[in-house]
Design a binder for this molecule. Sequence first.
Ligand code: UDP
Length: 329
Amino acid sequence: MAKQRVLITGGAGFLGSHLCDRFIREGFHVIAMDNLITGDLRNIEHLFKLADFEFYHHDVSTFVHIPGKLHYILHFASPASPIDYLKIPIQTLKVSSLGTHNLLGLARAKKSRILVASTSEVYGDPLVHPQVEEYYGNVNPIGPRGVYDEAKRFQEAITMAYHTYHHLETRIIRIFNTYGPRMRLNDGRVLPAFIGQALRGEDLTVFGDGTQTRSFCFVDDEVEGIFRLLMSDYHLPMNIGNPNEITIGDFAEEIVRLTGTKQKVIYKPLPVDDPKQRRPDITKAKEILGWEPKVSRSEGLKITYDYFKSLPHEVLFERDHKNFQKYVR
Ligand code: UDP
């Protein structure tokens, strides 16, 4: 029997590349698509030799064409770190709005089921804690994060509209902070930032007073949640993340202990609209998908640290991704 075919946008990125691995393991034919602004072919190099893997170098914000059948689409293309979307705000807005529209159109044409990657950022700086899916959020549309948050909120709206109006099979996942091997060391997010600083012998930069909280989910757990949601019949937004919450100050101390660095923790100004607290309520994921995270932070951090340690020296000192400059004006 012919294999089921899945399109994974952002397939060369952190989550996208882990999804490519998972769908290959599950026996799918995988088509990865990426424009490589923030994605990196090194993440999927090991898949190129496989007959059931294809790569399209394409920007989903422009018309997407895939020959042949397509059973599933996973839309994971987007810059995902605050410093990335500050540098490329227009592309960030386009990929989750125009890009999502193109992929919904493709899903209609191919009769595919589509899962879109939404985010805890739809809750903004949340006034409800932990965040339940019914909470509408507290987002500043014109702040520096607005380009990401509002594009993702639009993505949810248009996905629901295609579900209701065109009866498309849609899934919406709200992803909370996720970490693991293949994060970009220079993407500015807190975990690669701290580990990169420790490995380069720099001080660890905590933004603000370090009392803001986040809840970190290991990538294997996140991918399991994504897979289960896709295969479920649940079409409303669902939180997938690890509810184990920690302050950024304590997290810095954990990284100091993990890496054994002798450097100090120093304090820098808190970025505008940086959420003060974030923790998913995962009651729905537990009840509907039978999913909950399995990997503890200490296990996950060890795996991630071993990965970063194994990178070539020049990667440790790369400031920007090589393709980034041509997009930043
Ligand atoms: N942060 C920090 N030092 C850094 C990078 C980030 O203290 O070098 C903080 C940041 O201000 C935020 C938290 O860590 O409060 C998580 O930031 P990240 O960029 O990883 O993602 P966010 O959850 O804000 O989207």
